[in-house]
Every structure is written in structure tokens, then in C-alpha cells.
Design a protein around this ligand. Structure first.
Ligand SMILES: [Zn+2]
Ligand SMILES: [Zn+2]
Length: 323
């Protein structure tokens, strides 16, 4: 089968004859229809996680086979959770279905599991979620980053009168702002690119250009989504005393920065990564968010390498691969 592979020689390649995955007990075989390139995929091609194998963790597809008694998933359109756990009875994370925190987890296209940039992938049935009929493939493929955005409200209760800033208007910031806004939270997206901010404001999100925005410590919750040290510093300068600073991007900590304000202002710093899919699918079903303006380009899997190049461009938001 066709697959986009990162090789042990650190090469990104489209392979025509990659071996089709063999179904293990409890797994489903999924035929991919649409997949999304994520910055994590790009990071892997630079050596992140030391991963070798099929890339990709954002996809929608159709179940074609199941290795278990219950065959009800066959023919269903599904999205895969990014990880599955060890399912050992003694594992407290798996007991709570928090597979993404299981210390022995497998993560699609990132850790010990071939990813979704291939004609087929396998995943345990309990981490495959059916896509509601009224949600198109183009919307469903955003479920993973949307679930990650909803993780913020799973971790931290934002009160109705609180003011929230999302800093950074890349796809992470845009998706986070759209998700918070759809939950009726008073959120303002602050960024440097008017064209990107316009995508959010067209869907009812308050927006502001960074250079026109007054930096003051008055916001209850500030979400850092820029991925830069200067963004982290600005986010800290916006968080009010006793407020919460949510770190969404994995800031490359290669520069020294001053943590004293966190102590002086008693800021709560919250690391936030992946979230639960059922909530994200419910939100997609409601139609409150339209992700299509975030799609910069759709490539056939045959042009996947070109798609990766496109993903590197600064102006690009989401690049999709069609199978
Ligand atoms: Zn991703
Ligand atoms: Zn486990």
C-alpha cells in the first residue's frame, strides 16, 4: 500500500509497497479517506521523538475489517484517538480511559505505532469514534486538534465572567479560540496576521492585532499558542495576579527567561496537550464551528511530499492529504 514514511536514514518518502498492517485482536482496519498534516509530523522529520515509520495521527476513514466478535464498526466512518494504552488492570491511566497518559502507550505516527498517512491503519476499536452523518470528512479531520483545544476546559473551569486571551493566530491559536468561543466563553484572539484573525472574527470571535493591543495584567486566563519565547513572555505579561497561564505550544526553551513574575503574581501555569474525542465530535455535530477556512491546500497522497513542503510555508494553515 501507499504510505508516507520517515525512514531510519532521516528521509521523508512516499512508498508504494509498504506492507498492509495485520489486524491484532481487538483492532479495526481503517481505510483512510482524508488526513491532516500537523506540525508534530514536521517536527518528527527533524528528529523529534526519534520516530521511524508511517507518519500522521489526524485522519478520517472507513472501517473495513474488525478482529473481534463485535463487527458493528464495519462500514462506519471513524476518527482515531491518537493513543492507546497498555490496558493492564494495574494501570490507573488506562482504567480511566486516559490512554494518552499511559506510560506504556502507543501513539499513532509518533511512538511505537504506524500512523495514518497510508491507505490503511489499525487501531483498537475502543479508540475509534464514529463520525456523525452531518459532519463532513473535511471537518472531521480537525477532531484531534479540536479535542486538544477542549482539553483546556476539561482541566480548568473558566467562569462566565472571566476574560480569556488566546495568544497566537496560527492553526493552534485559531482552533483554540474558535473552540472556546463556541463554548460561550469571553475570548479574544490576539495575533500578528490580519488575514488569520479575520477567519476567527468571521465566526464571532473577538480579535486584536498584537501591535495595537494594550498589554496589561488584567486577563483571568491566557492561552499561549505562539510557540515562541517572546509569546510566552507576552502571555505572562497579560495574566492577572492569581490568574492562569495555559501552555498549549511546546515552547523551545533554548533561551533564559524570567520566571519571577509567576511567583510574585501567584500565576497558575497549566500544561495542556490532547483531549477527549466524544466532546469534540459533539461540537462538530452542532455546526458551531466551520474549519474549512483553515484548509490551505488538499493534496493527493501521491503528492504528499509536496504537501509537506507546503506545510512549511509561513502563510499555510492546514494541509490535507486525500487518499
Ligand atoms: Zn496533531
Ligand atoms: Zn496503561
Amino acid at each position: 500500500m501507499k504510505a508516507v514514511v520517515f525512514t531510519k536514514d532521516n528521509e521523508l518518502k512516499l512508498v508504494d509497497n509498504y506492507e498492509k498492517p495485520v489486524l491484532q485482536k481487538g483492532e479495526a482496519l481503517v481505510k483512510v479517506t482524508l488526513a491532516g498534516i500537523c506540525n508534530t509530523d514536521y517536527e518528527i522529520t527533524k528528529g523529534y521523538m526519534g520516530y521511524v515509520g508511517v507518519l500522521g495521527h489526524e485522519a478520517v476513514g472507513v472501517v473495513v475489517d474488525v478482529n473481534s466478535e463485535d463487527k458493528s464498526l464495519i462500514g462506519k466512518r471513524v476518527v482515531p484517538e491518537i493513543s492507546y494504552g497498555c490496558k493492564e488492570p494495574s494501570c490507573p491511566w488506562c482504567a480511566e480511559k486516559l490512554y494518552r497518559h499511559c506510560p506504556n502507550r502507543h501513539t499513532l505516527g509518533i511512538f511505537h505505532k504506524d500512523g495514518v498517512f497510508a491507505e490503511y491503519f489499525t487501531m483498537p476499536t475502543e479508540v475509534l469514534f464514529e463520525v456523525p452523518d452531518n459532519v463532513s470528512d473535511e471537518q472531521a479531520v480537525f477532531v484531534e486538534p479540536l479535542a486538544a483545544a477542549l482539553e483546556i476546559t476539561e482541566q480548568h473551569h473558566i467562569k462566565p465572567f472571566e476574560k480569556v486571551i488566546v495568544l497566537g493566530d496560527g492553526k493552534l491559536g485559531l482552533i483554540t479560540a474558535l473552540a472556546l468561543n463556541a463554548q460561550n466563553i469571553d475570548v479574544t484572539l490576539v495575533g500578528k496576521h490580519k488575514n488569520k484573525l479575520d477567519i476567527a472574527s468571521a465566526q464571532g470571535v473577538q480579535t486584536a492585532l498584537l501591535n495595537e493591543f494594550k498589554i496589561e495584567k488584567i486577563y483571568d486566563v491566557v492561552v499561549e499558542a505562539t510557540g515562541s519565547i517572546s509569546g510566552f513572555e507576552t502571555a505572562l505579561a497579560l495574566t492577572k495576579p492569581r490568574g492562569t497561564l495555559v501552555l498549549k505550544s511546546t515552547v523551545a526553551a533554548s533561551k533564559e527567561f524570567n520566571l519571577a513574575p509567576i511567583v510574585i503574581d501567584e500565576i497558575t501555569v497549566l500544561g495542556s496537550r490532547c483531549g477527549q474525542f466524544p466532546a469534540a465530535l459533539r461540537l462538530l455535530k452542532s455546526g458551531k464551528i466551520d474549519f474549512s477556512p483553515l484548509i490551505s491546500a488538499v493534496y493527493s497522497v501521491d503528492d504528499a511530499i509536496e504537501g509537506f513542503e507546503k506545510n512549511k510555508e509561513k502563510e499555510t494553515l492546514k494541509v490535507l492529504l486525500k487518499f
